[in-house]
Design a protein around this ligand. Sequence first.
Ligand SMILES: NC(=O)c1ccc[n+]([C@@H]2O[C@H](COP(=O)([O-])OP(=O)(O)OC[C@H]3O[C@@H](n4cnc5c(N)ncnc54)[C@H](O)[C@@H]3O)[C@@H](O)[C@H]2O)c1
Length: 259
Amino acid sequence: MDIRGRVVVVTGAGRGIGAAMCRQFAAAGAEIVVVSDRDEEAAMSVASGLGTAGWSVRCDVAVESEVQGLVTQVLERVGRIDIFCSNAGITVKGGVEATNAEWQRMWDVNVMSRIVAARAVVPGMLQQGRGYFVQTASAAGLLTEIGSASYSVTKHADLALAEWLSVCYGREGIRVSCVCPLGVETDMLDGDDPVHRYLHLHSITADAAAAEILRGIELETFLILPHPEVLEFYRLKGENYDRWLRGMQRLRQKLVRQR
Ligand SMILES: NC(=O)c1ccc[n+]([C@@H]2O[C@H](COP(=O)([O-])OP(=O)(O)OC[C@H]3O[C@@H](n4cnc5c(N)ncnc54)[C@H](O)[C@@H]3O)[C@@H](O)[C@H]2O)c1
């Protein structure tokens, strides 16, 4: 899809990958870039750097009424949403011992947010006969995140939803991309955590990730892989699941020893 003249909404855009996406959407000629975040000040600060294209809207994506409110506000002001980027995401460290409240929070922010956004946006896109969803999942959605069970599970679910949307609405003109990066240098990476330190070794900047995302949208590629090596890891997993699991077990052991 050509980004020029498009109305774009990005959630979790007050910093990190979302903020970089907004700056690059504006630079690529989007007509309106809605910078949305639960942190209102951060969203306003990003939007103010985008000239007349930038708007900020506060929205906590874990609250369906706020996502609906964001969509309604944009539709009332400009009448359409061309590209909706479900980007906001969080992580919680640990395995199944994380509390139910933590698992629920991960489910709400990383998965339900995408479902309620699609619920709110799909009808308008079907009516206009086109539209684009971009979901920032993670390489953890294709592989796994050794340090966080809830991140791995919710990012797999994010990818599953993106696939489903593409299968069900592709013929109606709705495009979907699922972004699956490894480490990106944002506040999400924690320098004290051995798994995150390992991700840092292969990390790229948020600007580099955003550039790949925009390129993927222009090419209408479903799987956007800012780290091309992820495709090779995914291929190895598909080729021989057990060998891949043994490799991941070895890697985990190595990282745990570094704690
Ligand atoms: N940084 C990485 O290494 C990495 C790798 C793969 C995927 N991702 C994914 O990229 C996306 C963006 O992450 P990032 O690295 O830019 O993180 P970040 O922490 O730098 O930025 C996340 C933004 O989302 C906002 N946010 C958090 N919860 C929200 C909520 N409930 N409603 C609205 N906004 C909310 C925060 O205020 C923040 O501005 C996430 O989905 C993340 O899982 C990140």
